[in-house]
Design a protein around this ligand. Structure first.
Ligand code: NAD
Ligand code: AHE
Ligand code: ZN
Length: 375
């Protein structure tokens, strides 16, 4: 390609645990099967904080975080057919190549095409497109949306309706889509009882989708009492604060008591492995299904008595809600435009790019559902 290097601002995380630094970076032109995007808006997801803090076993530094972006294609490399300059796009941390064993299986949204290099912070040709003061900067989740320009693989981006506001649909790049898919793709939720552990963006999306699907009872569980209003507003029928149970009462035992034997479906939206256990053990004997959405820190492991599974409970998990982004994101954008799914209601904070670290602080405050950064 004949494209030029672009100089712009990016928030670089120089090493684990450090706050981000807005730097002047150079963004190389897209190579074959790559797309360079001008990022206009990005959300901040708890997973960005997780990697920043050093809890991600795949974290590599220095890197440019961010995976909930919306932008406009600036240029494309050779062989790119699905998007063109000017298209409004959402980068996809879960690629969809439609050719690999995973994509062709019909059983999963996990694509194998770029996942290994993506996990190492590299483009598919094992090099990077970002430089800062002559030093290579790693990519993150194949998206790196905390940069005014980023380069992604062509299998890792989808064009969306240009009439849809990018400062809203950027959030379909992770949180809302993940939560939607975790419930919508799980057969049987209609008419069933559901418990949702953790009422952040993910938990609220699970509650909203369970409501839309026709769940008969939706119990929200959170240690932060201020989440009760949020949970009820999105459709929870009950709210339980596990920190306020009678001395010695475990949350799973309490939930089994009040649901005549346990829930039909439970969802972990916290990333805490003790909560994951409670979510599994709150399931009804014989048929209850528990879904792990939360991401646990490096070194953490889940456990329960195998008897829990022998007696008919199922433990599963999901990435990006099982959604195949290139195929399904345009449908979700249309569902938003037509008012079927919420996005605006999750946006509690907005920040200028220069305030991105404050956006991370907002998240710690417990009052923030999603912060959208104007790049
Ligand atoms: P968040 O921090 O906004 O929400 C988490 C909620 O859990 C908070 O309300 C908190 O008060 C609550 N909580 C914490 N400890 C608790 C406990 N012991 N019991 C009950 N509630 C508790 O985070 P989020 O952005 O909604 O993300 C939730 C999790 O999902 C994170 O781990 C994130 O990394 C993960 N995630 C996974 C995927 C995926 O594809 N699997 C996608 C997006 C996010
Ligand atoms: N890198 C971590 C795991 C991180 C993780 O589980 N990521 C989720 C998405 S979180 C989005 O906010 C995911 O999609 N995982 C599937 C995948 O292929 O990464 C670790 O533990 O090493
Ligand atoms: Zn995320």
């Amino acid at each position: 390609t004949t494209g030029k290097v672009i100089k712009c601002k990016a928030a670089v995380c120089w090493s684990a645990g450090e706050s981000l630094k807005i730097e002047d970076v150079e963004v190389q032109p897209p190579q074959a099967h790559e797309v360079r995007i001008r990022i206009l808006y990005t959300g901040i997801c708890h997973t960005d904080e997780y990697t920043r803090s050093g809890k991600d076993s795949e974290g590599v530094f220095p890197c440019i975080l961010g995976h909930e972006g919306g932008g406009i294609v600036e240029s494309v490399g050779e062989g790119v057919t699905d998007v063109k300059p000017g298209d409004h796009v959402v980068p996809l941390y879960t690629a969809e190549c439609r050719e690999c064993k995973f994509c062709k299986s019909g059983k999963t949204n996990l694509c194998g095409k770029v996942r290994t290099t993506q996990g190492a912070g590299l483009m598919p040709d094992k090099t990077v497109r970002f430089k800062c003061n002559g030093k290579d900067i790693y990519h993150f989740m194949g998206t790196s949306t905390f940069s005014q320009y980023t380069v992604v693989a062509d299998v890792s981006v989808v064009a969306v309706d240009p009439k849809a506001p990018l400062d809203k649909v950027c959030l379909l790049g992770c949180g809302i889509t993940t939560a939607w898919g975790a419930v919508a793709k799980q057969p049987g939720v209609k008419g069933s009882s559901v418990a949702v552990f953790g009422v952040g963006c993910i938990g609220l999306g699970v509650i909203d989708t369970a409501r839309l699907t026709g769940a008969s009872r939706i119990i929200a569980v959170d240690t932060n009492p201020s989440k009760e209003n949020w949970a009820r507003k999105f459709g929870a029928t009950d709210f339980v604060n596990p920190a306020k149970l009678p001395e010695g009462k475990r949350i799973q035992d309490y939930l089994v008591d009040i649901t005549d034997g346990g829930l039909d479906y439970t969802f972990d939206c916290t990333g805490n492995v003790q909560v994951m256990r409670a979510a599994l053990e709150a399931c009804h004997k014989g048929w209850g299904v528990s879904t792990i959405i939360g991401v646990a820190a490096a070194g953490q492991e889940i456990s329960t008595r195998p008897f829990q599974l022998v007696t008919g409970r199922t433990w599963r998990g999901t990435a990006f809600g099982g959604v195949k982004g290139r195929t399904e994101l345009p449908i979700l954008v249309a569902d938003y435009t037509s008012g079927k799914i919420k996005i605006d209601e999750y946006i509690t904070h907005r920040r200028k790019f220069s305030e991105i670290n404050e956006g991370f602080h907002d998240m710690h405050g417990g009052e923030c559902i999603r912060c959208v950064v104007d790049m």
